[in-house]
Design a protein around this ligand. Structure first.
Ligand SMILES: Cc1cc2nc3c(=O)[nH]c(=O)nc-3n(C[C@H](O)[C@H](O)[C@H](O)COP(=O)(O)OP(=O)(O)OC[C@H]3O[C@@H](n4cnc5c(N)ncnc54)[C@H](O)[C@@H]3O)c2cc1C
Length: 231
C-alpha cells in the first residue's frame, strides 16, 4: 500500500548518516526488520529506493535511516525539511524477528545496522526474554551509528549484548578491530550453534560472513539474510 507521509524530524546519527522520522499512517503495520520503498520528487522525476525501518513497531512514529552518499537520492532526502511530504509503500522483507527463536545472533556491516536496531528496540521495549548478541562492524569509531542508543538498550535489556568491531580503527580504539572471523564468533558467541543468525550489510561482507558460518557448520536454514545493495 502507498501512503503520503509528512516529515517530522531529522536526526543526525554520524557524519554521513541521518534518520528521518515521520507520522505512521493509519493502517500501516510492519514487523521489526522490514523495509519500505521511499519515493521523493526531484524536478518532476520520482526517485524511489528501499530503506529499512529503523524504528520499532511499538513507536508512535516511523523512521528510516539513510547513509548520505552525496548522490542524487541522498541529496533529495537531505534537502527535505520538517513539514515536507513524500511517499512510502510497503512494508517488505523477511529479515524479521517476532520471537520465533530463543537465541539470535545479529551481524551487521555499516548501514546494515538498521534492521538490527528495529529488532533490538522492539525486544527491549517489550522486555522480551529473547537472548540477542549483536556484532556491528564499521570502519571507524565515527562511523558507528546508534552507538548511544545501543548502550541505552543494553543497560535496559539484560538479554542484549552488543559488540562493535572496527576494521580501520585508530590507536585509541580498545575494542575488536578485526573483520568478522571464526575467532571472533568463538569468543563473542560461544553458543553460536544454538542461535539463528541474522546478516545484513553490503553484499561482499554478507557473502564472506555466510561462507564463514557455513565453514563453521551452521546450516543455511539457521541464517536469515538481507543485502544492502544500491551503492
Ligand atoms: C532491502 C534494502 C534495504 C536497504 N536499507 C537501507 C537503509 O536502511 N539505509 C541506507 O542508507 N540504505 C539502504 N539501502 C540502500 C538504498 O536503497 C540505496 O540504494 C543506497 O542508499 C544508495 O543511495 P544513494 O542516495 O547513493 O542513491 P543514488 O543517488 O541513486 O545513487 C546510487 C549509487 O549510484 C552511484 N552514483 C549515483 N550518482 C553518481 C554520480 N553522479 N557519480 C558517481 N556515482 C554515482 C553511487 O555509487 C551511488 O551510491 C537498502 C537497500 C536494500 C536493497
Amino acid at each position: 500500500m502507498e501512503f503520503e507521509v509528512i516529515l517530522n524530524d531529522v536526526i543526525p546519527r554520524t557524519h554521513d548518516v541521518k534518520s528521518f522520522r515521520f507520522n505512521k499512517p493509519e493502517g500501516f503495520d510492519y514487523l521489526a526488520g522490514q523495509y519500505i520503498m521511499v519515493s521523493v520528487s526531484v524536478d518532476g522525476t520520482v526517485l524511489k529506493k528501499p530503506l529499512t525501518i529503523s524504528s520499532s513497531p511499538l513507536d508512535e512514529d516511523l523512521e528510516f535511516t539513510k547513509k548520505l552518499t552525496g548522490h542524487e537520492f541522498s541529496n533529495a532526502l537531505d534537502s527535505l525539511n520538517a513539514g515536507d511530504s513524500f511517499t512510502i509503500d510497503g512494508p517488505y522483507g523477511k529479515l524479521t524477528f517476532e520471537g520465533e527463536y530463543d537465541k539470535i545472533a545479529l551481524i551487521s556491516g555499516g548501514i546494515g545496522i538498521t534492521p538490527m536496531i528495529s529488532i533490538c528496540k522492539n525486544c527491549t521495549d517489550q522486555k522480551a526474554p529473547f537472548d540477542i548478541v549483536l556484532i556491528a562492524s564499521n570502519k571507524t569509531e565515527e562511523d558507528i551509528a546508534f552507538r548511544k542508543e545501543l548502550e541505552q538498550m543494553e543497560s535496559e535489556n539484560p538479554h542484549l549484548r552488543v559488540v562493535h568491531t572496527l576494521t580501520r580503527a585508530d590507536d585509541s580504539w580498545k575494542g575488536c578491530r578485526e573483520h568478522i572471523c571464526e575467532n571472533m564468533i568463538l569468543k563473542e558467541i560461544p553458543d553460536y550453534k544454538e542461535r539463528v543468525f541474522y546478516l545484513c550489510g553490503p553484499p561482499g561482507m554478507v557473502k564472506a560472513v555466510k561462507e564463514l558460518l557455513v565453514e563453521m557448520d551452521i546450516p543455511k536454514s539457521m541464517m536469515k539474510i538481507e543485502l544492502i545493495t544500491g551503492y
